[in-house]
Ligand binder design. Structure first.
Ligand SMILES: *Cc1c(COP(=O)(O)O)cnc(C)c1O
Length: 356
């Protein structure tokens, strides 16, 4: 029976990625060895790493003066790796959600942190507007998609200082002007691969200026010099990431993904706005995430929350429980989510309204 997988992370991957990775677990690149047991220095695996890096560059049109890295430690390790490498005295952060707040906490180990903008006053249900970015900060850090609260910054903002973005939950969902960023990072388990690998895109000339000694593994330069092979990389997640990148290319690339993502998000938000039983906690349509759609029971229907979760389960709709800090529901509709599954959820909402 087909399951409709709305989990926020780890989350849905293309069937192509799952199938190809399953095959490589048994017999990788015709070696009769598993991708889990072959040397990362074998020519077969080096080819995987090289191709994954070059496909990221191709799909995102990464300029020459940037490098693409595949690291470990999750996005959460980037919360300290970024300031370790880039923070001299003061950094600016958007505080737009739980992940942003976690990043702020880590940056404070390395220097002064100013909250350039915050949406904490309204439980993070909007993206701050008309932000004045100070010119005396070493970098500005934003979270482009707030996975838990369902808000997203779609536009590449113009920043007078180096811009750093946590794109863990919306990388590859829309074209990005990489040249506006100094560093982008993304844990793989939302839109790319199984957990265990984190992608970083970094402008090379931004490094080496922090004035502090940096442990080898924490230094981006180490991984640039070693082409992400300084130590044993997470071979299986990197292999899976390559399959997703191949799938993206085969399916029209990032622009085609964006078109599909807009169609899926529009379908679901239109139903939330139309259906009297549900409401979206993010009031401004401009701020609503195309990756993580949050919604709650409308006033007067709160008691029916569990009943809707049960109805969804009976229809093989999985993973729509909201994060505990928001409550209600969250439907994560990443790149690999087919619009047909979104339609199943929308039909369930319509039926639920008719039945109650
Ligand atoms: C999931 C997530 C993280 C945390 O990622 P880990 O790989 O678990 O450390 C950080 N930032 C955002 C935006 C996320 O969605």
């Amino acid at each position: 029976m087909k399951k409709h997988n709305f989990y926020a992370g780890p989350s849905i991957l293309p069937e192509f990625t799952i199938q190809k990775t399953a095959e490589a677990v048994i017999n990788f690149a015709g070696t009769s060895l598993s991708v889990m047991e072959i040397s990362h220095r074998s020519k077969e695996f080096i080819a995987v790493m090289d191709q994954a890096i070059s496909l990221v560059k191709e799909l995102l049109e990464v300029p020459q003066d940037y490098e693409v890295l595949f690291l470990q430690g999750g996005a959460s390790s980037q919360f300290f790796m970024v300031p370790f490498n880039l923070l001299k005295s003061k950094a600016g952060y958007y505080n737009t959600g739980v992940w942003a707040a976690n990043a702020i906490k880590e940056a404070k180990f390395f220097g002064e942190v100013v909250e350039v903008a915050s949406s904490k006053d309204k439980n993070y249900n909007y993206i701050p507007k008309n932000v004045v970015i100070p010119s005396d900060i070493d970098y500005l850090h934003i979270t482009s998609n707030n996975t838990i609260f369902g808000t997203q910054i779609y536009k590449d903002i113009d920043s007078p200082v180096p811009l750093v973005a946590d794109m863990s939950s919306d990388i590859f969902s829309r074209p990005i002007d990489i040249s506006k960023y100094t560093l982008i990072y993304a844990g793989a388990q939302k839109n790319l691969a199984p957990a265990g690998v984190t992608m970083v895109i970094v402008r090379k000339d931004a490094l080496g200026k922090s004035g502090r000694p940096i442990p080898t593994m924490i230094n981006y330069q180490t991984h640039i010099d070693a082409k992400s092979m300084f130590n044993t990389p997470p071979c299986l997640p990197v292999f899976a990431a390559l399959q997703t990148l191949l799938w993206l290319k085969e399916n029209g690339g990032i622009k085609a993904m964006e078109v599909k993502n807009i169609a899926k998000a529009t379908l679901l938000y239109d139903e939330i706005d139309r259906n009297k039983m549900f409401t979206c906690p993010v009031p401004d349509p401009e701020d609503r995430s195309r990756m993580n759609v949050t919604f709650v029971m409308a006033a007067g229907y709160e008691a029916l929350e569990k009943a809707f979760i049960e109805k969804a389960k009976a229809l093989n709709i999985l993973g729509i429980e909201g994060h505990r800090s928001v409550g209600g529901f969250r439907a994560s509709i990443y790149n690999a989510m087919p619009i047909e599954s979104v339609q199943v959820l929308v039909d369930a909402m319509k039926e639920f309204e008719a039945q109650n």
